[in-house]
Design a protein around this ligand. Structure first.
Ligand SMILES: Nc1ncnc2c1ncn2[C@@H]1O[C@H](COP(=O)(O)OP(=O)(O)O)[C@@H](O)[C@H]1O
Ligand SMILES: [Mg+2]
Length: 340
C-alpha cells in the first residue's frame, strides 16, 4: 500500500483534539455541532495501492479537499494515522514531512495556483528550485515537461497570457517536475469549460499511462470519476460511505445515497462482460471461435453480441474460457434502469 489512512478525523474549531479524546474518538453529529466544531473529515479509513488511480467523489463541502490535505499533510489531522510507504506521518518531524512533500508528492489545484510574476518555464521549474536542483537540471526538466503537456513554444509566456486549460497544463507540468510518487489532483478540471475539460481528461489518461504513478484525484463530477478511476471513494458530510470500483458501486451500492448517485452512470460503459456472463468453462452452445474478453465493457461488445446468432464465448486475459455471454444478458443491461 502506498497510502493508508486510519480513522482520520479533521474537526475545525478550538480544542478539537481534546474534544475528540473526551468523546472516546466517536462523537455524535449533535455533540460535534454543540461544541461549535465543523466535522470536515470523520473517521475515514482507506488504503491506496501503488499505481492506482483513486478518486474521491462527493458534493461540494463534503470534505474532499480537507481529506486530501490530510493525506498530503498540508493540514494537521485532529486524530488518526496516515502512513506513506509504511511510514507513519505522525512520527515524522516537521522537516521530514516537508522533505516528503517536496520530493515525493505532486499537487494540482482547481485554481491553478501559478505564480503570476513567473514565466511558464519558471513556474514549472519552481519545485526543483525549492529542492535545490542546479539551474541546468531545473531548465532541462522543465523543458521536457512543457513539451509533454503540449506547451512547447510558450515557455516565456506569463500565466495571464494563457487560457484556463493552458494554465492548468502548466499546473500539471509543475506538479510532475519532481517525479512524484503520489500525484494529488484536487478538482483540477472543475474550473474549465466542458469541452476543454474533456480534452484535459484525455490528457490526464495519457499521462497516467505514461507515468504509472499513484494518483489521488478529487472531483464532484461523477462522470469524471467513472472515467478516470480504478476505485472511487464516495464521501458525504465528512464520511467515506463506500469505496469500490465504478462497476461495484453500480452493482452493489452500500446504501440509497450511493444508489441514487450511481443511477445516472451509463451502465454499458461501466459494467464488464464478467459481471453479466453465465460463468463456467463448459463449451455450452456458444460458437467456439467467436470470443469476447471478460474485462471488456458491455458498450464495446454490445453490437457484436446482438448480431451473433448464439452466445459468445468469454475468455480471460490468458485466453481461457470463463463463461458465455447471451444476448438476453446484454439486452437487460441496455434496457436496465434501476434494478439489480
Ligand atoms: N480552514 C477551515 N476552517 C473552517 N472550516 C473549514 C476550513 N476548511 C474547510 N472547512 C469546512 O469543512 C467542510 C469541508 O470542506 P472541503 O474539504 O473544502 O469540502 P470539498 O472540498 O468537498 O468541497 C466544509 O464545511 C467547509 O466549510
Ligand atoms: Mg474542495
Amino acid at each position: 500500500m502506498k497510502l493508508v489512512c486510519q480513522k482520520v478525523w479533521k474537526l475545525f474549531g478550538p480544542n478539537a483534539s481534546e474534544f475528540l479524546a473526551a468523546h472516546n474518538g466517536a462523537p455524535t453529529t449533535q455533540e460535534i455541532s454543540d461544541a461549535g466544531l465543523i466535522p470536515a473529515v470523520r473517521d475515514v479509513s482507506l488504503e491506496i495501492k501503488a499505481g492506482e488511480s483513486f478518486v474521491v467523489m462527493g458534493l461540494s463541502g463534503c470534505g474532499k479537499s480537507t481529506l486530501v490535505r490530510c493525506l498530503s499533510r498540508l493540514s494537521e489531522i485532529t486524530s488518526g494515522d496516515v502512513h506513506f510507504d509504511g511510514r507513519n506521518l505522525n512520527s515524522l518531524s516537521h522537516h521530514e514531512l516537508i522533505e516528503i512533500r517536496r520530493h515525493k508528492m505532486g499537487m494540482v489545484f482547481q485554481h491553478f495556483a501559478l505564480l503570476p510574476h513567473l514565466t511558464v518555464l519558471q513556474n514549472v521549474a519552481f519545485p526543483l528550485k525549492i529542492q535545490g536542483k542546479s539551474k541546468q537540471q531545473q531548465t532541462e526538466r522543465a523543458h521536457e515537461l512543457i513539451e509533454i503537456v503540449g506547451l512547447k513554444g510558450r515557455e516565456n509566456y506569463f500565466p495571464r497570457q494563457l487560457s484556463g486549460g493552458q494554465q492548468q497544463r502548466v499546473g500539471i507540468a509543475r506538479s510532475l517536475s519532481v517525479n512524484p510518487e503520489v500525484w494529488f489532483l484536487d478538482e483540477p478540471f472543475s474550473a474549465l469549460d466542458p469541452l476543454i475539460r474533456n480534452e484535459m481528461q484525455d490528457e490526464f489518461l495519457r499521462l497516467r499511462e505514461m507515468l504509472k504513478t499513484t494518483i489521488v484525484f478529487i472531483t464532484h463530477d461523477l462522470d469524471e470519476a467513472v472515467r478516470l478511476a480504478d476505485r472511487i471513494a464516495i464521501m458525504r458530510d465528512g464520511e467515506v460511505i463506500q469505496i469500490d470500483t465504478p462497476e461495484q458501486l453500480i452493482l452493489k451500492p452500500a446504501n440509497g445515497y450511493v444508489e441514487e448517485f450511481t443511477k445516472r452512470i451509463p451502465r454499458t460503459k461501466v459494467l464488464t462482460v464478467r459481471a453479466v456472463m453465465k460463468p463456467g468453462d463448459a463449451p455450452g452452445d456458444h460458437t467456439g471461435n467467436h470470443t469476447v474478453k471478460a474485462t471488456a465493457k458491455i458498450a464495446d461488445v454490445a453490437a457484436e453480441v446482438l448480431n451473433a446468432t448464439s452466445p459468445l464465448r468469454v475468455v480471460d486475459d490468458t485466453g481461457k474460457t470463463v463463461g458465455s455471454l447471451e444476448r438476453s444478458a446484454v439486452i437487460s443491461v441496455l434496457t436496465a434502469t434501476t434494478e439489480k
